[in-house]
Unconditional design. Structure first.
Length: 215
């Protein structure tokens, strides 16, 4: 988990009731949204925090490891190499599995989501992307670590981003939500667009099923 203070409502990756299987949370002290949601992060520092938390979570009994930020896709292979348990860093992992379907991504920050983030999880670097507004309600809460959440305002921003994505890229057949704070708005988005929408909870549910079956 990133080191944040913003609210985590049902459906958010950081709310235990978002899952139908047991979860353990551990905070990466001092690693916040600005450290992860970056085009050029301090990779050694972030990876060191991820490694330490992976080891601690495995010692507590975790059978697999997820993260609370889709931008941590950048560390998929590096973290998997040092983690005692299997790793699924980001909803962006959906994209490779969905090929050849045309996938579009709604992200927390379009300017910071680079081809390197996609390539790190085997996805095309030119995957269509639309970001949430930099000066919007979502950004005020989740990127600038606000203490309050206007759920209705964020939902409007997410739906607007989805419509913008389809207007720019009409060939898109499936939407992937990069950000782990966006699953609460998935039903409204799917209804507005009439397309399948996948998020980090879908990823982790399937991931948990697979790692449990192997044990």
């Amino acid at each position: 988990m990133l080191d944040t203070r913003f609210p985590r409502i049902v459906g958010d990756v950081g709310n235990a009731t978002s899952y139908d299987f047991p979860v353990i949370f551990r905070r990466m002290e001092g690693i916040g949204s600005a450290d992860a949601v970056a085009a050029h992060p301090d990779r050694p520092r972030v990876l060191a925090a991820l490694k330490a938390n992976a080891e601690a979570l495995a010692a507590e009994g975790a059978v697999g490891l997820g993260t609370s930020c889709g931008f941590l896709a950048l560390y998929q292979d590096d973290l998997a190499a040092v983690s005692p348990v299997p790793v699924a860093t980001s909803a962006l992992l959906h994209i490779a599995r969905l090929q050849p379907r045309r996938v579009g991504v709604i992200t927390a920050s379009a300017k910071n989501l680079t081809p390197a983030h996609f390539e790190a999880v085997g996805a095309p670097g030119d995957t269509p992307v639309v970001g949430l507004p930099e000066d919007g309600s979502f950004a005020g809460t989740f990127l600038r670590n606000g203490s309050t959440l206007d759920r209705e305002a964020v939902e409007r921003e997410v739906v607007a981003a989805g419509r913008d994505l389809l207007e720019r890229y009409p060939a898109v057949e499936t939407i992937v939500l990069e950000c782990t704070n966006l699953p609460p708005y998935k039903p409204a988005l799917a209804k507005a667009l009439g397309l399948p929408v996948l998020d980090v909870l879908d990823l982790l549910k399937d991931f948990y099923r697979k790692v449990s079956a192997r044990r």
